[in-house]
Design a protein around this ligand. Structure first.
Ligand SMILES: CC(C)(COP(=O)(O)OP(=O)(O)OC[C@H]1O[C@@H](n2cnc3c(N)ncnc32)[C@H](O)[C@@H]1OP(=O)(O)O)[C@@H](O)C(=O)NCCC(=O)NCCS
Length: 227
């Protein structure tokens, strides 16, 4: 089972809303998800698992085939599945700040929501989703900084934002949440050259053309090398 991080599309929205309902007390109307994707289609990302080979058989059980007007339709039984074989396990919902009262400010992005399904946590999925979103906000929408709110009691998210992604705490917003809990308002300056997602792919081998060439020279001799 491979995990893919890819840009979120309209087809993912029901699954994103389902993941949000499962993981967080802050929930949104479907049209608010739509608003994100239609307004900033390159800013939000999902993590999905893709079934391979004989795994696909069991994944297909999550769908039911019905025939309507002689057309075969796949009907979802499990709201985690985007399509047969592809299950959504995490998402980040991001936007640009379009508050008219802040129009004097430089362009800036906002992380509306982030969550990873419980059994897929501590695998680096949230970090990857966030890094993709930060890069996209900066590269595509020219955001100079990005902001977010996090509950004071949310240790995991606070670690992720402050320690892993190097957000700074701007201030504490009293009773920010409906249940009265305070929020940390956090912000990160965005510098495109520092955000390129490939820089954070742990354990991946990098192309080293120089030593590849040297090795070929040693093994095959100068005459055999074509450049
Ligand atoms: C917060 C959340 C998104 C993290 O997702 P995740 O995929 O498990 O996070 P990652 O594996 O990418 O972890 C990245 C870093 O986050 C921090 N972190 C994640 N889970 C943590 C935990 N339970 N305790 C402490 N730190 C944690 C660590 O700094 C970690 O880096 P490390 O593994 O190098 O130590 C996930 O726990 C979640 O969905 N929680 C419920 C929803 C939520 O709180 N969303 C955020 C709202 S602001």
């Amino acid at each position: 089972m491979a995990i893919t991080i890819r840009r979120a599309t309209i087809e993912d929205l029901l699954c994103m809303q389902n993941a949000n309902l499962n993981n967080l007390p802050e929930n949104y109307l479907y049209k608010y998800y739509m608003y994100h994707i239609l307004s900033w289609p390159e800013a939000s990302f999902v993590a999905t698992t893709t079934a391979v080979g004989n795994e696909l058989g069991t994944e297909l059980d999550e769908f039911e085939e019905i025939t309507q007007n002689e057309t075969k339709l796949s009907v979802k039984l499990d709201p985690c599945y985007v399509r047969p074989g592809e299950k959504l396990v995490g998402y980040v919902l991001a936007k640009m700040n379009d508050d008219p009262s802040q129009q004097q400010e430089e362009a800036n992005g906002h992380i509306t929501s982030l969550s990873v399904m419980r059994t897929y946590r501590r695998m680096g999925i949230a970090e990857k989703l966030m890094r993709q979103a930060l890069f996209a906000l900066c590269e595509v929408y020219q955001a100079k900084y990005v902001s977010l709110h996090v509950r004071q009691s949310n240790r995991a998210a606070l670690h992720l934002y402050r320690d892993t992604l190097e957000f700074e705490v701007l201030n504490v917003e009293k009773s920010y949440y409906q249940d009265g809990e305070d929020a940390y308002a956090m912000r990160k300056q965005l510098v495109l050259s520092e955000l390129e997602p490939h820089k954070f792919q742990h354990g991946e081998l990098e192309d080293d053309l120089e030593s590849d060439l040297l090795e070929s020279l040693l093994h095959e001799g100068v005459d055999q090398i074509t450049v």
